[in-house]
Design a protein around this ligand. Structure first.
Ligand code: GLN
Length: 192
């Protein structure tokens, strides 16, 4: 199995390190040809407008959309925004996931926070019971999801922060910035 990480901007190096800990082959994706031979792709956190503009500059928009038709993609934070089909403003989006996202929904950088989440699918897939400690940095929320999208996690006030649509995964938070490999393990179960 070989997993790519979109390496245009943002914290791609942390995702690569996490995958290496799980003994997975990795590749940094900066050009369309770097998608060849990959089984799945992670789009990291960062700044979603910048990621989108760079994806256009490197002719990656169409290849990424096509890759997502057949392969697993996971977007964390800015990556989740880029995967979505609607952010209520004009910026380049892959539109692969039927989710509507609100950027910076928890406030400014100083309002970044960490919290424990209960994620039943994660516990089930990894056979552990511990809550999941999630890191939110100027995070988006998933405002609404389409009919074939499963909600995986919400914060206590009910706002959605993780969702899955078949082999596509979106999280508002940053599993790559923790020591907990369970979310990466969960993503690998979506890769075939
Ligand atoms: N605030 C960023 C955006 O809207 C996302 C932040 C992040 O990825 N940590 O694109």
């Amino acid at each position: 199995m070989k997993i790519g990480v979109l390496a245009l901007q943002g914290d791609f190096a942390e995702h690569i390190a996490m995958l290496k800990r799980l003994k997975v082959d990795t590749a940094e994706v900066r050009l369309p040809e770097h998608l060849n031979g990959l089984d799945g792709l992670i789009i990291p956190g960062g700044e979603s407008t910048t990621i989108g503009k760079l994806a256009i500059a490197y002719n990656l928009m169409e290849p990424l959309k096509q890759f997502g038709q057949r392969h697993a993609i996971w977007g964390t934070c800015a990556g989740a925004i880029f995967l979505s089909k609607d952010v209520s403003r004009d910026q380049p989006l892959l539109g692969l996931m039927d989710i509507k996202v609100q950027r910076n929904a928890f406030g400014r950088q100083v309002d970044s926070f960490e919290t424990d989440l209960d994620i039943p699918e994660l516990k089930q897939a990894t056979g552990t019971d511990a809550p999941y400690h999630a890191v939110f940095i100027r995070a988006p929320i998933i405002e609404s999801v389409g009919g074939n999208v499963k909600v995986l996690a919400s914060v206590p006030d009910g706002r959605i922060v993780a969702a899955q649509q078949g082999h596509l995964l979106a999280t508002s938070f940053h599993p790559e910035l923790t020591n907990d490999t369970r979310f990466h393990e969960y993503f690998l179960t979506l890769v075939d």
